[in-house]
Ligand binder design. Structure first.
Ligand code: FES
Ligand SMILES: [Fe+2]
Length: 371
């Protein structure tokens, strides 16, 4: 379904390009993706993750540096995560080849006789750049067979606006292709149906909305505005600050939704990333930080069911998608989804041709929908 759209009001998503229907899984390579939480690699314990259908083994050296390499020994393919890690190198469980954690270079092949000429250090288990930020281990997923660029782009960081803040993380798996995960994330029309609850909104609260959007590099922004009166989280901020409350929401390729709420000197900043694990599985990682006197435990209490509602809906949606139905994107509620597909296609085209990326928006626009 990546690249499927035209400008008709009820755009049909073409079946031939449905996620996973061809060899191309529709992933965007050459970006940083969160592989797991920093707390999952403690001491000399190895952890595994999958990103864009690449199995990874992750660990932390004794010096504290997180690393990632392909979780397959280049000798016979057994996962290196079954091996032993000494704080610096992983020793494969099958024939004992050793691989340096930080470079993935082979450092030792125990079976080699003294006159063997094999250049051990030329053997690599597949190195992936790895950095920690905001409590996540991020891995740079270079396109298969490509060289790493000289300088990597900066690792995404959640914006924070004061020295002191609280931070919390939530996650949930979605049995969907990344594209469905993302258009679900930016979809404004499901709120009153999927997220009905006393503290958020009800079906009766549906009303017409007009929101301004503007293009930003690799994405689009819902311009700063006073949020709708029916949303409790905004009310809480206003309650504490007594000041005018505004919000701004960005979507940025490959997979990021950022929201920044400001109210006087108080702020709430959140980011949801949808990370492709396999073509039929993605994961939402949600991180939020704020300087409002509001305990993370209470925040989680409210946010968890919210994510759970999205997850349940997408489990049900996956049931329907199994049979490859025709799908539609309608204006204006699905316009952000159309932009996403166009941005994605534009990025791929620009990478292919070397020509600067065409942006689907020529300037600010106002979208109208009821939700
Ligand atoms: S399979 Fe890993 S050393 Fe042989
Ligand atoms: Fe939702």
């Amino acid at each position: 379904m990546q690249n499927a759209m035209s400008e008709t009001p009820g755009t049909t998503l073409s079946k031939s390009s449905a996620p996973g229907s061809s060899g191309d899984a529709g992933f965007l390579w050459d970006f940083w993706y969160p592989a797991l939480r920093s707390t999952e690699i403690r001491g000399r314990k190895l952890a595994t993750a999958m990103l864009l259908e690449v199995p990874l083994v992750l660990g932390r050296t004794d010096a504290g540096r997180a690393f990632a390499m392909r979780d397959a020994c280049p000798h016979r393919g057994i996962p290196l995560s079954y091996g032993r890690f000494d704080g610096q190198a992983i020793e494969c469980s099958y024939h004992g080849w050793k691989f340096d954690g930080c470079t993935a270079r082979c450092t030792e092949i125990p079976s080699l006789a003294s006159e063997d000429k094999l250049k051990v250090e030329r053997i690599s288990a597949g190195h992936f750049p790895c950095e920690e930020r905001d409590g996540y281990v991020w891995v740079y997923m270079a396109a298969p067979g490509s060289r790493l660029p000289e300088t990597l782009p900066a690792v995404p960081e959640l914006p924070k606006f004061s020295e002191k803040y609280k931070i919390t993380h939530l996650e949930c798996d979605l049995p969907s292709h990344i594209d469905h995960g993302i258009i679900g994330l930016m979809d404004p029309a499901h709120g009153p149906f999927v997220h009905q609850s006393w503290y958020w909104r009800s079906r009766r609260s549906i009303h017409e909305k007009a929101k301004n959007f503007e293009p930003i590099p690799n994405g689009f922004r819902m311009s700063r505005h006073a949020p709708s009166s029916n949303s409790a989280p905004y009310k809480i901020l206003r309650y504490f600050s007594g000041a005018e409350t505004t919000t701004m929401i960005d979507f940025v390729l490959p997979n990021m939704r950022l929201e920044e709420i400001r109210s006087g000197r108080l702020w709430f900043s959140s980011r949801a990333t949808v990370t492709p694990v396999r073509r039929d599985l993605c994961r939402i990682d949600f991180v939020a930080a704020w300087n409002v006197p509001f305990p993370p435990a209470i925040f989680r209490l409210f946010a968890k069911p919210f994510l759970r509602q999205d997850q349940e809906t997408m489990i049900q949606q996956a049931e329907g998608l199994k049979h490859n139905p025709n799908l539609m994107l309608i204006d204006d509620a699905d316009r952000p989804a159309k932009w996403y597909f166009a941005l994605k296609a534009g990025l791929l085209e620009s990478r292919r041709t070397g020509v600067p990326m065409a942006h689907p928006m020529s300037g600010p626009v106002t979208l109208r929908w009821r939700s």
